[in-house]
Every structure is written in C-alpha cells, then in structure tokens.
Write a protein that binds this ligand. Structure first.
Ligand SMILES: [Fe+2]
Length: 310
C-alpha cells in the first residue's frame, strides 16, 4: 500500500502507515483549483537527481551543482511551457552517493515546492539510494516514528485514466552499481499485471536492461533482465519501460515494448548528453515525449518523439 502525505496544513495519513509501507512513496498534492482540473495524462520524468545534504556541494566533470540543476528544472516545469504535468516520477539515484539520512532531508525539501504547487512526487529507488534512510526521512518530515520494518523492495501502482504506472525497485546494495528486481518483486509484478489488463502498463525502474543478453556481474545493468523480459514480453498490456542509471537520453524497442532511458539531471558520463527532464503526454494509442534540456542550446532540447503502443 502506498503512503500518502497530505497537504502540509492538514497533516494526517490518508492511506496506510509507514510501518505498513510496501510501496514507493507518494507525496499527496496540496489540491488547488488549478490541479483539481488538471489532466492526468501529462507527467514529468526526472532521473538521477543525486541530491546531496549540502546544497553547495558540486561534483562530476565538468563540475555541476545538483541542487541548482534541480532548481532550474523546477522553474522550467512550473513555467508550463511544454505542458503542465499532474505529477512527477523520479526514476532513482535520488540522492548523492551513499543514501545518507541528511541527503534525503535535502531531497524532500527540494521537492516540497512541487507539492505546494499540487504535484505528487513518486520516488523510485536506485543504486545510490537507501530505503531505510529514505523512509526515515519521510517519517521525520511528517513527525512520525521511523518504520519498524523496511520492505525488501518499494514498489507500487499508480493508476491514471489512460495507463497504470508500475513503479519498481532495482536497488540491490547501496553504492553498488548493478541492479536486481528480485524474484519476489517480479512475481508481484506479474500478478499485478495479470489483474490489471484493462489499461496499458508503463513500468518504471532505475536500472537499464542488459540488452546484450549476456548478463555479467560487472555490467552494472539489471541482473535479472532475462527473467524480467520473460514476464513482460507476452503480457501485451506492457507498452513501455522507463529507466535511468546510464545518464543517457535514448529510446529503443524490444519486442514492441518502448525502452525509454531518461537522462540525468546531475552528472554526465558522456559530454554530448543533455542534463534534462522529460515531459510525457499520454494518448489513447501511445505517448509523446518532449526532452527539456537545462541548456536550451543543446541539440536535443525540445526533441519530441511520438511513440505508438504495440
Ligand atoms: Fe545515477
């Protein structure tokens, strides 16, 4: 069950408790006239935000400040230039490197302006995250006790009028590059997909599938790619898998399923890659993606892809 953080001025749990959480966190929006009528078909995807406790901390080559990058993206999202998202999904590596408690304190504070504007924020765990530190920080932010038990994976379903999002957790060990969904989560996913056949399913995780199909521990990719693909290939409601991890903007198709690699907002491993976020607009038979680069001069800025469902 997801937990819902209510508006700040009406602090109470609407569903679930931290002790019972077995899901990705949902920040409940502060509803206002604008968001109540907002389309549920437009979403903002961010990845690899790598927020540190210290807002002045920089990193990468060339050196950048992750908090400043997120601030620039906040301004762009709030401008509504390309469309007004109804919520955000952050596909992992939310914090700096080691998933430290104070990193999450800053992370939650830096995403607070979205909640204040009425946008829920869903965080997915990446290899630089730590479930316990994350859930403790959430508890602390709402004046609750830390959860007694930490689930092995934080997964959840976000239902919207056009699609169901399945938010997955591929964090194996903090600050250890490869990812793993694990048997239990893949079983959960297949069971839930089988009971949610009515709408297209969009899956979201942190790790990239190993497209080489030659899974080696050193690859840093999703170690159970084969098991994952075996289950989603034949379930025709699965239309797309969104992920981060490689800090790369890339799309391809496997068995008709769109594989969408969301670029990072912090660090880049390839100087040609943009620091960016992606606006998703759901259609009846597909989706469109608009890349929004922090640098408006980047050649991929405002690239729009129209992708049909298989
Ligand atoms: Fe990352």
């Amino acid at each position: 069950m997801p937990i819902t953080l209510p508006p700040i001025n009406r602090r109470r749990f609407i569903t679930g408790t931290l002790g019972g959480i077995a899901a990705t966190l949902l920040f409940h929006p502060i509803l206002n006239a604008e968001t109540e009528t907002q389309s549920q078909d437009v979403w903002a995807f961010l990845s690899d935000t790598h927020i540190p406790a210290d807002r002045n901390k920089t990193g990468g080559n060339p050196s950048i400040n992750p908090v400043e990058h997120l601030a620039q993206i906040r301004t762009d999202i709030f401008s509504g230039q390309t469309g007004k998202p109804c919520g955000l999904i952050v596909s992992g590596d939310c914090v700096y490197l080691h998933g430290l408690p104070n990193d999450y304190k800053t992370l939650l504070e830096e995403f607070l302006p979205f909640r204040k504007k009425g946008l829920p924020v869903h965080f997915v765990m990446g290899n630089h995250d730590n479930r316990q530190a994350f859930l403790n920080a959430v508890a602390q932010s709402i004046g609750e006790k830390s959860p007694q038990t930490i689930p092995a994976r934080l997964h959840s379903i976000v239902e919207t009028p056009k699609v169901n999002f399945f938010l997955l957790d591929s964090l194996d060990k903090t600050n250890h590059t490869p990812g793993l969904f694990g048997k239990e989560q893949i079983q959960w996913l297949t069971d839930e997909l089988d009971s949610h056949r009515d709408k297209p399913a969009i899956l979201v995780g942190h790790h990239n599938p190993d497209y080489s199909r030659n899974i080696v521990k050193a690859s840093g990719a999703l170690q159970d790619t084969t098991e994952f693909f075996e289950q989603i290939r034949e379930r025709k409601q699965v239309k797309a898998y969104f992920y981060g991890h490689t800090h790369t903007w890339k799309t391809l198709r496997i068995n008709g399923i769109h594989m969408i690699n969301i670029p990072a907002t912090a660090w880049r491993f390839d100087q040609n890659q943009p620091f960016a976020w992606v606006l998703l607009t759901l259609k009846d038979n597909g989706m469109s993606l608009t890349l929004r680069s922090i640098d408006p001069e980047h050649p991929k800025h405002n690239e729009i892809l129209h992708l049909a469902w298989r």
